[in-house]
Design a binder for this molecule. Sequence first.
Ligand code: KG4
Ligand code: ZN
Length: 335
Amino acid sequence: ENNQYIMGIETSCDETAVAIVKNGREIIANVVASQIESHKRFGGVVPEIASRHHVEQMTLVIEEAIKQAEMDFSQIDAIAVTEGPGLVGALLIGVNAAKALAFAHNIPLIGVHHIAGHIYANRLVTEMKFPLLSLVVSGGHTELVYMKEHGHFEVIGETRDDAAGEAYDKVARTLNLPYPGGPHIDRLAHEGTPNINLPRAWLEEGSYDFSFSGLKSAVINAVHNAEQRGEVIAPEDLAASFQESVIEVLTKKTLLAVKEYEVKQVLLAGGVAANKGLRTTLEQVFNELEDVELVIPPLSLCTDNAAMIAAAGSILFEKGIKSSMALNANPGLDI
Ligand code: KG4
Ligand code: ZN
């Protein structure tokens, strides 16, 4: 049989995930154990709690994926695992599980960058056409990545402070909404009017970098100033105004980069890609552009999962790129 089967393992933050992907494109198994319930009452991910959950869940999730695929390890060609960036204790659980599996079954081990994974989630829904641009927006990252071929990543812009998802979560906290706040703000935004004046961080002319901390502070100040005047700002209007600012900056910078780099595709990636406002705006804008295709994966592939890690690992496997048994978690790994 000439088919290629890669097992992916992802534990960089608060999901313990294992998947099996056939020929880099087809999901055979995809298991995600979310820990959100355990972190909710702390208003964010608590690293120590995340690590403990990964330890408890890791082997169960691996078994579940093997069961779902109705396969055994003799059929797996390689183990791909997120080596970074992420929480070091969380990453270590996945990396060590992957090393143990690779060693025990004598199959190659492949370290994968988490952001490469998010981008390759798109390969599970369509063929990638180069050159392309990916807008990666998650809880930990906001990046514009240019790719001229498989495995080649050039970060042309990134956030200088908060990630887009982080800003969503912090604004949600100010409005007393539960963690993770992104979906709540998204829902509220659709009920409100963007009538509050909030900043847009364009930065220097021609820069593809982002900044969301000023916007976040402006929201917090608006709430506090209103409180001191004994007034209340309608949370839905604040959510709508905040969301409008985020989407406007993300969309305009992406469009500028699309023109400068003359790309054939734009791939949306990361948890914030679940945002309805962002999806709709991008769809409208790209509908009018003839030579550029916009790809937005389904929500389950936008948030952290292991199928995306297996998909990214598949390309490395094809290129003969493997990791040694000295592979270690690297919380600050560059793409
Ligand atoms: O990619 P992801 O699952 O984890 C990281 O690698 O960070 O992204 C999680 C982030 C959280 O900040 C969450 O609030 C945000 O994605 N998010 C959203 C929405 N759904 C999830 N942000 C805005 N609108 C949404 N609908
Ligand atoms: Zn992620």
